[in-house]
Every structure is written in C-alpha cells, then in structure tokens.
Ligand binder design. Structure first.
Ligand code: TXA
Ligand code: MG
Length: 369
C-alpha cells in the first residue's frame, strides 16, 4: 500500500469519508495529534486500527464526535442527550446533578483537547473500549476532523496515528513515517496546534471526577468548571485506563531524564551522565525545554566531551510552544546521529507543563545520580 498525503479540501474529505464508509481507516488531523480513524460503529474497522498500530487489545480507543452543522450553537447544555441520541453513550444511569457537572465541562472544553469517559452505548462495539462498559468521547476542534466526521455521518474511533508505543504524530509526514506502508490516505491538516494528546477525565458512578491522562486542560481549570475536586489517577490505573500503563510516547533510542538543565547539573549528576555514555558513543542528543539550542549544547558538551545534537522546543520557555514542538523534536533526535538522548526537565507543573512532564516520564528513565 502507498500512502497518499492529501490536502484537506472538500473533495479529499469526501474521498476519505467514502473510504471510512467502506470500513477502511484513514489518517486524520486533530488539534492535539494525528489520529488513525475508522467507524466507531464497525467492529471490522476497529480490528483494522488495532492491527495497523500493533496496539494491544486491552488498550481502549477514543471516539470522536462532531455535532451536525444545523445544531452548531444550539447544542450547548444538551450534549449528553445528543450523545445518547447519536448512540455513543448510555446516559440513563447518570444522576441529574452529575449531568449538570458533565454539561458544564462539555460546554467549557468542547470542541477541544478534552476527552470524557462515560457509560458506553451498546451500538459502540466492546472492542472500542477493550471490553470496558465505558467509552471515551472527544469532540475535536480541528476543522478537518470536524468536516471528516460530518461527511462520514458516524463517530470515528481514533487512537494516535503512530505505531503502538512510539511518539505520537504531529504532522502528516510523521504519520507517513510510522504508517506509510499500512494506510492509503492521510489528510494533511498542517502541524498540530496543541501537540500533545487530550486530557482524559473519567466520571465515576457516584459522580466523582478522576484525571486519567494529563493534557492541555489542567486539573485546576477542570476543578474550576466542575465545582468539585478532581482526583489523580489511582494506583489501579490499569483498570481505569489501561493505556496509561504502557511504555508510551517513546523514541527508539534510550532517553535519560536529567534532574536540571544542562548548565545547572551538579558534580554527582555530571558523573552520572558520563557513566550513562558508553565508550563507543559518537554523539549524544539533548532535548532543551527552555532556551537556545546552541547555548545548551555548549554547556552539555563540556560535560560529555562528545558532540551534542541539541533541539530546543521553546527558546523563550513558553509551555504552549514547548508542547507543540515536543514530539517533532523527539523524532528529530531519534533520527539524528546521536546514540543516546538526554532531556531537560519541564518546570511548569499544571496543565500542559504537567502533561509534558508526564509524557517525558513515560518515554524515558531518570538519571540516577
Ligand atoms: O488527543 C487525543 O486524545 C488523540 C487524538 C487522536 O484525539 N488520541 C489519543 O488516543 O491520544 P490514544 O488511543 O493514543 O489514547 C487514548 C487514551 C488511552 O490512554 C486509553 O487508555 C484511554 O484514552 N481510554 C480510552 N477509552 C477509555 C475508557 N473507556 N476508559 C478509560 N480510558 C480510556
Ligand atoms: Mg497514543
């Protein structure tokens, strides 16, 4: 199979929608990361998604929805009812006060990088949810994702469009690099605006909220809208969100997480860095979270005494910019001549900053000084 990277004009969106109606899967841009989309009602399409990604069957996928054009603006406050009518969720068991809380969250954060786990409608095959009674639902705001869902006429199940465990794609070229020999179409919606996967929040039976995956929408923002505390994922996260336990978002090379920026490492950390570098190492990679590549590379090469390939995700230390550039930088370092990668830590600790720290923690191992 040869992948066609298509501009997202109406003819190509229609072409992709026709493929989806035949049960095929296509690459879809969203504002977070690119998705590998198939009909959320079609078990064959779901099976294809898992096979193409090499994704373990116990890791459920997110269902993407878009309200019809005629309802745009009118659906505010009635999204649960609409999701029920659309045969995505089964809202019968949700108490009225919990409904109000959920509607408030959906009004505040949809369309956008926000995924909510709700009771699953029987029309959504169990495979979508890895057999769980729930379903994760998101309304993306990327215009091409919305256009594609509307043209298909059904919700789209879509995990990130990377090989399982690998770094998520934030450009059509990334999708091509991972899945170019396995899918026929990716719509090119440009580089993703957010760059990290959505925040995943679960509503527990009694209405308590649990953050299953940190993303662009931070815990404080969620609490302010919901008017109640948001619990962190608990120790049995494997049951709540099986995907959270996998080694994830990882480059192919070893990634070592530094305790501070290259310029501020103490002697013990410097020694630990040198210990991690084998004798045959020709060059090392450095992911710079804040600051200029060349400055950080100069500081780090004084420690490692081999050439340093540095990639900065934000010269000014802006967290949004860092999130947007993170995965592309990891992919570039993976493709560079460096044989081992080091990453500086992210300083920001809510919202996107927490999400960046979470992804780095899953992708790498700490430098044990
Ligand atoms: O931003 C995103 O969310 C992107 C774009 C494509 O929308 N999608 C994405 O999908 O990141 P994926 O499959 O890579 O991650 C889905 C996450 C996993 O951590 C999974 O465990 C969790 O959502 N999840 C899905 N369904 C769930 C469910 N029923 N209960 C709990 N967690 C669920
Ligand atoms: Mg993924």
């Amino acid at each position: 199979m040869t992948l066609r990277i298509l501009s997202p004009d109406p003819e190509n969106v229609a072409l992709a929608a026709e493929a989806l109606k035949r049960g095929e899967v296509v690459g879809m841009p969203t504002e977070t990361v690119y998705g590998l989309a198939g009909s959320a009602f079609d078990p064959r399409a779901i099976e294809r998604i898992f096979a193409i990604k090499g994704r373990p069957a116990h890791n459920p996928v997110i269902v993407h929805v878009a309200e019809p054009e005629a309802l745009e603006g009118a659906i505010e406050g009635a999204r649960l009812l609409w999701l029920e009518r659309s045969r995505v969720i089964d809202a019968r068991g949700i108490a009225p006060e919990v409904r109000r809380r959920v509607e408030a969250l959906l009004s505040a954060f949809w369309p956008g990088p926000f995924t909510l786990v709700l009771p699953r409608h029987p029309a959504i095959p169990a495979e979508v949810a890895a057999g769980l009674p729930s379903v994760a639902v998101r309304m993306p705001r990327h215009p091409t994702a919305r256009a594609l869902i509307r043209a298909a006429g059904f919700p789209l199940a879509a995990p990130s469009a990377n090989r399982s465990g690998h770094v998520s794609p934030t450009t059509a070229a990334h999708v091509a690099a991972d899945l170019g020999d396995r899918i026929a179409i990716v719509l090119d919606g440009g580089p993703c605006e957010v760059g990290l996967e959505s925040t995943v929040l679960a509503i527990e039976p009694m209405g308590a909220l649990r953050l299953l995956r940190p993303g662009g929408i931070g815990r404080r923002a969620l609490e302010a809208v919901a008017g109640c505390p948001v619990e962190p994922a608990s120790a049995d996260a494997a049951i709540q969100s099986p995907g959270m336990l996998e080694v994830h978002y990882a480059p192919r090379k070893a990634l070592v997480l530094l305790p501070g920026s290259a310029a501020e490492l103490d002697e013990a950390a410097r020694t630990a860095v040198r210990d991690r570098i084998a004798g045959d190492t020709r060059a090392v990679g450095l992911l710079v979270l804040s600051g200029v590549d060349t400055t950080a590379a100069a500081a780090f090469s004084r420690i490692v005494s081999v050439p340093v390939v540095a990639r900065s995700v934000s010269w000014s230390g802006d967290t949004r910019e860092a999130a947007r550039n993170l995965y592309a930088a990891l992919r570039e370092l993976d493709a560079s001549e460096a044989s081992i990668l080091f990453a500086e830590p992210c300083r920001d600790d809510d919202g996107l900053g927490r999400a960046i720290a979470d992804r780095l923690r899953r992708a790498g191992t700490p430098l044990t000084a």
